[in-house]
Ligand binder design. Structure first.
Ligand code: ATP
Ligand code: MG
Length: 426
């Protein structure tokens, strides 16, 4: 036997039994995006490498060490998208969706990052993302946070997530702060680790979210970004907080929250949970008013977030919120005898015509009644529709309830449609 080929490390199959959970979650994501009037956009999975370098930033974890980059057969450098915002802005610019317009968009799909695979962290993972363009005021920051909060509500996990909020100010505010921070870090250089020393020169704000305990201890006395915010930035942030208060969304201010991507300004936020261990961020986003211009478009404000679907499904599974997922089939047709086999298939086709959305599996491969009943049970179906010679003769099927103690019934073929209609509703 030849050696079986394995999937790439960190890139997982999603098997039946998992896919039904995903579909349920995806359905909620789509529905809630629709509740706020958002339209779906689909972008390619591969883009020019330059797109991500220019938007995410050269000195970020993603661009420095996580991208899947390769030369295609023409020698062009391509990258499997590590996130969706850059692609979405590229698509918006290229198709004239952004300038002088308002757009409320969502997307969903696979992203790729070469990280160390572990629980909640994979090399191919999936994100659901929201991006709004053309809105500069904080009501839009509030809207997308409300939308995310509604996702948790619909999924029944509001009490397990916390919103962390910060403002990075304008580019100018950040530049002023950067100078002050670099001066402080230079003074305390000997206490910094190698990573932080390197970042101090290239992207000093990133030192703030260092996970190193010693570095964190030094940072306790570092200058605070909030002291460097302009009046305008402060007002924008205060306005956001006020709107969140008005709709009862609780948040914690976290001055250290800077996010790993360069393009953010003003609002940044994360939804975190402690039900996932180390990989506690389920959803993250913020405002990126400079990005559209940076990618060659006309200046257009933008704000958005992305949530990790694997982490969300993990969390829902651990909190036992996905226990009531429907099985693949509502009904399983058991057919014993040659005539019954033909009648059963015809009947199933008629029922599929008459009951939209019904899920019927017909037994394939013949065999004895008991064997067929075992298959019916394994299918997860709610009922077995049983046909033998006498049923065909009477034009009535025997209905056996597979998931509850209930007497079996004889139901005329013509009454099967309403019975299945009730099942699909339940
Ligand atoms: P982290 O700090 O966990 O590395 P990040 O800041 O790199 O996250 P973002 O780029 O903001 O994450 O992506 C948004 C969301 O996508 C994250 O909050 C997380 O839920 C999910 N995510 C990011 N990277 C991965 C990954 N490698 N595997 C699974 N989910 C991921
Ligand atoms: Mg990361």
């Amino acid at each position: 036997m030849s050696k079986a080929i394995q999937a790439i490390r960190g890139m997982n199959d999603c098997l039946p039994g998992e896919t039904n959970k995903w579909q349920m979650v995806e359905e909620v994501l789509r529905r809630v995006a629709g509740n706020y009037g958002y339209a779906e956009i689909r972008m390619p999975i591969v883009e020019s490498t330059a797109l991500f370098k220019r938007s995410i930033g050269e000195v970020t974890d993603i661009v420095e060490k996580e991208m899947y980059t390769f030369d295609d057969r023409n020698g062009d450098s391509l990258t499997l998208r590590p996130e969706g915002t850059a692609s979405c802005v590229r698509a918006g610019n290229q198709n004239g969706l952004l300038y002088n317009q308002e757009q409320r968009l969502w997307y969903m799909g696979p992203m790729f990052r070469h990280e160390r695979p572990q629980k909640g962290r994979y090399r191919q993972f999936h994100q659901f993302g929201i991006e709004s363009f053309g809105f500069a005021s904080a009501d839009m920051d509030a809207e997308i946070i409300m939308l995310s909060a509604r996702l948790w509500k619909e999924l029944g996990i509001s009490e397990f997530v916390t919103l962390e909020l910060n403002s990075l100010g304008s580019n100018e505010d950040r530049a002023n702060y950067r100078d002050a921070l670099v001066a402080f870090l230079t003074e305390h250089q000997e206490a910094l680790d190698e990573d932080s020393k390197r970042r101090m020169g290239s992207n000093p704000l990133r030192v703030l979210d260092s996970k190193n305990k010693d570095v964190q201890a030094v940072l306790v006395n570092a200058p605070k970004l909030s002291d460097f915010l302009s009046e305008e930035s402060k007002e924008h942030f205060a306005s956001l907080c006020k709107q969140l208060d008005a709709v009862g969304i609780k948040y914690e201010l976290n001055e250290r929250l800077v996010r790993g991507l360069d393009y953010y300004n003003r609002t940044v936020f994360e939804w975190v949970t402690d039900s996932l261990g180390a990989q506690g961020t389920v959803c993250a986003g913020g405002r990126y008013d400079g990005l559209v211009e940076q990618l060659g478009g006309k200046a257009t404000p933008g704000v958005g977030f992305a949530l990790g679907i694997e982490r969300l499904v993990l969390m829902l599974t651990e909190l036992e919120k996905l226990n009531n997922i429907r099985a693949t089939a509502d009904a399983y047709v058991v057919m014993v005898g040659e005539t019954a086999e033909i009648t059963g298939v015809q009947l199933a086709e008629t029922l599929r015509d008459d009951v939209p959305g019904v899920r019927i599996q017909t037994h394939c491969g013949g065999g004895k009644f008991n064997k067929q009943m075992k298959r019916a049970d394994k299918s997860g179906a709610t009922v077995a529709i049983i046909l033998g010679d006498s049923e065909v003769e009477q034009q009535a099927a025997t209905i056996k309830y597979l998931r509850e103690k209930r007497e079996q019934q004889t139901v005329p073929f013509t009454d099967l449609a309403p019975l299945l209609e009730d099942l699909t509703k339940g």
